[in-house]
Write a protein that binds this ligand. Sequence first.
Ligand code: AMP
Ligand code: FE
Ligand code: FE
Ligand code: ZN
Length: 286
Amino acid sequence: MGIKRFPEADLHCHTTASDGLLTPYELIKAASEIGLKAVGITDHDTVSGWSESIKAGKEFGVEILKGIELNTEWQGTEVHILGYEPDQESKQFQDKLRELREARMKRMLKILDRLHNMKIDISVSEIKAIAKGESVGRPHIAQALIQHGYAKSIKDAFTQYIGAKAPAYVPRFKLAPKEGINLIREAGGVAVLAHPGQHDLGKFIQIWVNEGLQGVEISHSDHTPEEERQYREISRKFHLIMTGGSDFHGEGRKMGVKLGGWGVSYDVVEQIRDLTICSRKKAEWN
Ligand code: AMP
Ligand code: FE
Ligand code: FE
Ligand code: ZN
């Protein structure tokens, strides 16, 4: 027996299927090299990274938790919902994801238009070359801005051009948290609130619990120890599962965020798998 690594599982990771820099294969290979036992693949609005991850997981001995991240909106604030192990075959689930990705495309075109009005010309084909998967996001546009010399870093590109308070910002179509939770639950998955500390969402958690929320992400690269404590307390109060992950997007996409730097012990993976059974039964009942 080797030394037990902690965390054993990083349940929040992005790949080239959305706005991560590593392919699913590269991500899982890296996870095995640092001794992770399980990895959650949680790309934005797409499950297209799952099959390659599972294949790589078999090769490298890493267990894959199939996930998704939906960016929903509540009273003008971003609320990200993670879904674990929804049924890939669910038509309703796949149709909605397709709709969300199409909205991403349209919004990307609008952002390029706004940049054009600012005398910054970035072509659709350039974005296509950067975004290797089917879910286009602002980090891809940020990368193009860096390549053209308009921004020093991703963060700088968000501050100067495409962040919520910047001139080329275009809001994206978003579901309400309740719709995101339902979408995941009806596909038999487990619905978890991602990084609530980013927007101080503690006071709303009870509302979402009543709508079917089953867990809260406690360990996360943006959370302070005080936030972790606060959300752990709320989770205990409402009997929610406590998950965790780095939100790794690749070296350099988010400074200081390392794969496996945040996460949970392996038993949380088992807790999530147990809960999917509840969601499946609920989905059958409806
Ligand atoms: P989108 O999904 O297109 O709205 O883009 C949001 C994504 O951009 C998030 O998932 C993060 O990966 C990234 N992001 C958001 N805000 C920032 C920021 N200020 N600096 C760097 N990356 C950011
Ligand atoms: Fe992202
Ligand atoms: Fe997020
Ligand atoms: Zn994320």
